[in-house]
Design a protein. Structure first.
Length: 69
């Protein structure tokens, strides 16, 4: 039986939606793309990949915060 991970499917959809030319998009298409990306973020956040991304982005932000003190 074939199973499809929803996060992977949304990542593929986002990839193909973002490849389109920006000038050809309507506001409805831009909002739809933003909602799909938000759903992808919600699906990735609790996974080990999501935690890794959070840690990777948190380290430079923490360095900037410490440097400004």
């Amino acid at each position: 039986m074939l199973t499809i991970n929803v996060a992977v499917l949304l990542a593929v959809v986002v990839f193909f939606r973002l490849r389109r030319r920006t000038q050809a998009r309507s506001r409805v298409e831009e909002r739809t793309t933003a909602l799909i990306i938000l759903a992808l973020g919600v699906l990735l956040a609790p996974t080990p990949i999501g935690r890794g991304i959070l840690d990777a982005l948190g380290q430079p932000a923490g360095g900037v915060t410490r440097a400004s003190r």
